[in-house]
Ligand binder design. Sequence first.
Ligand SMILES: [Zn+2]
Length: 96
Amino acid sequence: MTVEKSLRVCEKGHKFYKSSECSSCPTCDKENKPKSGFLSKLSSPARNGLVREGIDTLQELAKYTEKDILKIHGIGPASLPIMRASLEEEGLSFKE
Ligand SMILES: [Zn+2]
């Protein structure tokens, strides 16, 4: 038995085939991926979690404590050292 893949069109008009319920568009996923910056270093669940909270810059990230950040859905402890290092590069740090 073959899995039926259905043609989907995302809101931007990209056509893609997906068999699962997950309807994320691979083209948009790539476009949404930041070219540089700390967000590009994070896993996509962590990145999406931050962006959903409106945290898309290090300056914004520095307003939060590590505890606050870990409460955001999608962000695991493994993301913290990456964010901490990125903050340090800019002379920033998490809120105490
Ligand atoms: Zn798309």
